[in-house]
Design a binder for this molecule. Sequence first.
Ligand code: ADP
Ligand code: ADP
Ligand code: MG
Length: 490
Amino acid sequence: MKKQNIQSQKKILIANRGEIAARVAKAILEMGHIPVGFFTDSEPNAYHLAFCQEWIYLSGNTHQETYLNIEKIVSLAKEHKIEAVHPGYGFLSENTLFAKALEEKGIIFIGPNPKSILLMGDKAISKQEALKAKIPVVPGPDNPIHTKEEALSVAKEIGFPVLLKAVAGGGGRGMRICHTSEDVLKNFETVQREALSSFGKADLLLEKYIQNPRHIEVQVVGDKHGKVVHFFERECSIQRRHQKIIEEAPSPFVGEDQKLRHNICETAVRLAKHVGYDSAGTVEFIMGEDRSFYFLEMNTRIQVEHPITEEITGVDLVSLMIEIAFGAPLPFQSQEEITLRGHSIECRICVEHPFTFLPSPGTITATSWKQYPGIRFDHCLYSGLVVAPDFDPMLGKMIATSLTREKAIKKMKMALSALFIEGVFSNISLLLFVLGEEDFLKGNFSTHYLEQKILKRPKEELENLFDQSKETFLSLLEKSLAIECSFSNN
Ligand code: ADP
Ligand code: ADP
Ligand code: MG
């Protein structure tokens, strides 16, 4: 690595868009560096550009031609004398070739070294590494399965239900549960085809499907001097289509069990150390009803839900990630210096139908929200925003923090009730429903929560339910406007 002067001002390019590009730009600005953003033909007025100090035109119409085009991005970075690139999440954030291509041009990739991306990026290789580090993994072979006959014999050996999973999958895609031999035979080639078209690699893993599990993950940060620390766990069990929708820290399931907390966090640190991890990353686990946990995957990037960890630990993970990329050591003498206080919840605001979960692309014709104490809104929303079908339907994250889970939920309800998005469907009414639901309030749920509470209900009941929440929401909005008017009259 080239020796860097950590103090001097640097031009840092954000190779991403949406809420994460704005989040990263704010961190760069605060550190006194120069945030540089991309603008494209499809998003000339992107929200993140307002937080940048320099702008680069990224030509092209598709993701392949723009945010996924390694050659184009690296050559633009070189041309504009960029010293470091932050990849955000998604796009090229977990791409070894991108990290290497930047490194070859003397530009810093703000992320882990290419070798640890390589070891953790593929679900089969990462499972093998976890086994080497003596970390519990989900039962099933650690090598890809190539034929349906092989899949069938493995499934019978480990016992149904099983999960077919693309080794290169992500974002909850490329996965299928199989309850019977027929399911395996029927799904095998379909998942292979989907994996090839979505992720460029047809290899599949087959593993035991853990019943009624919780998704619990640990935030880790390593530096380039061999030190790794954790920032406690996050619970991400409220999911639709295997994708998170509400996350919280700490996990209500781990609760006051400090031994379990210590154990899962130390396991994550051990894996990160094993692969020589040197940036911010997340080790994901699936936890059974008996509290035994198994390694799922490692995300070698900043994660969508990082803010809740920032809120309970008081550490700016994005700034830390940037400092580390320039060679700074972790600013902690020991793990004990990182402490946890209170409770934080994140709700992902998506433009999608509240109960079919189908994306709802279109134009945001009006939007408004309110600032309350303990509320943070990381987003890319503005009136006039066109949400294209091939763009991420997640437009923001409402984050509520307080001393207790109950209080954080109350704050979240207040903030969501004052968030207004017109012109497209949004999942706000679904989020409000969950925040008022008994089992959620008790912390009594698994990754099947939405399936059990929502998808199992008859359509008419759902329509009724969400109409009602919509009414509650609208009447709340009217009330809040009335309060505002009465203030301005005073
Ligand atoms: P997180 O693990 O940070 O919660 P998600 O799984 O929700 O993240 O993914 C974050 C974003 O990155 C989503 O917009 C998702 O579509 C995208 N993404 C994640 N992994 C991949 C991948 N392998 N290929 C393409 N997009 C991905
Ligand atoms: P992705 O890369 O798409 O995030 P993951 O392996 O992290 O893929 O899995 C996404 C989600 O799918 C998990 O959060 C969990 O809900 C579910 N899942 C994955 N593997 C299993 C499993 N073996 N048993 C039960 N659920 C699983
Ligand atoms: Mg995952």
